[in-house]
Design a protein around this ligand. Structure first.
Ligand SMILES: Cc1cc2nc3c(=O)[nH]c(=O)nc-3n(C[C@H](O)[C@H](O)[C@H](O)COP(=O)(O)O)c2cc1C
Length: 248
């Protein structure tokens, strides 16, 4: 089993751990240019952004060369998944492999401009039950694509026309750095895009942000704040430690 995952606050890493097998973080793979995988069973686990498959995930899938008997995708989300399962059906790897299994899983919401992180719970009985079901499906190598709702289809097609979270300035123009920033550099280590550098011990942002919020959510001093955040509370999946989310 090979699981390729993206995670800024640990939800998808938790799912990847529960699936088991060899886990690889997608940003680390992109950095190394590693796109070829051969295994009996290969899966991709990632968050939904703006009711869509995030563009960097779509690009990653399209660059993959996978040789496997079973290829699955799980998209986690916090509030509304749109029509991501249908969108995933249209995406295939570079060597033409489409998914045998596509599902979505509701977890804690980690978009700090949309929800108050103080209200996000890492686990719920429903989430655990849904995850157990997905795990059983994967073990059984079930062929299945989760149906999207009618509303989801309409909303995702609108969101795709003018995508909310393109790679670029992202959230960087809205970030305020508080005086308690001690220049520890954690933000530079959790940023999946290598978009943050320390300049005279201060975080300095470039223009390759994907809006994932890893820097804001994982700052040990809680010194990074978004102008439009719902509260200063932060979220990390309770089964994941900060060091597991660091790339460098
Ligand atoms: C920029 C951004 C956009 C998001 N957009 C959506 C969305 O459209 N629908 C939704 O239900 N959740 C959305 N989320 C929430 C995440 O998909 C969800 O919390 C996911 O499980 C986070 O996974 P992670 O902890 O592995 O990064 C968004 C989160 C971020 C940071």
């Amino acid at each position: 089993m090979t699981v390729l995952y993206f995670s800024s606050t640990g939800n998808n890493l938790y799912v990847a751990k529960k699936i088991g097998g060899a886990k690889y973080s997608i940003p680390a793979l992109v950095e190394k240019g590693q796109y070829e995988f051969k295994d009996d069973c290969i899966g991709i686990v990632f968050p939904i952004y703006g009711l869509c498959v995030p563009p960097f995930i779509e690009e990653f899938i399209k660059n993959l060369r996978v040789e496997c008997g079973y290829f699955f995708a799980i998209a986690t989300y916090g509030f509304f998944p749109g029509a991501v399962c249908g969108q995933l059906m249209q995406i295939c790897s570079k060597n033409g492999r489409t998914f045998d299994y596509i599902n979505r899983l509701k977890m804690a919401e980690n978009c700090i401009t949309f929800s108050d992180m103080a209200k996000q719970k890492g686990d719920s009985a429903k989430q655990q039950k849904d995850l157990e079901k997905i795990l059983l499906d994967i073990v059984a190598k079930k062929t299945f694509v989760r149906k999207d709702s009618f509303l989801g289809k309409i909303m995702t097609s609108h969101h795709l026309e003018d995508y909310e979270f393109p790679t670029g300035e992202g959230v960087t123009g809205k970030i305020k750095i508080n005086k308690n920033c001690c220049g520890c550099g954690t933000c530079t280590k959790v940023c999946p895009m290598k978009n943050i550098k320390l300049v005279h011990s201060n975080p300095s942002f470039e223009k390759n942000c994907i809006s994932c919020g890893a820097c804001l959510q994982n700052c040990p001093a809680n010194a990074l704040h978004h102008e439009m955040e719902k509260s200063s509370a932060r979220y990390r999946n309770p089964h994941v430690q900060l060091c597991e989310l660091m790339y460098r």
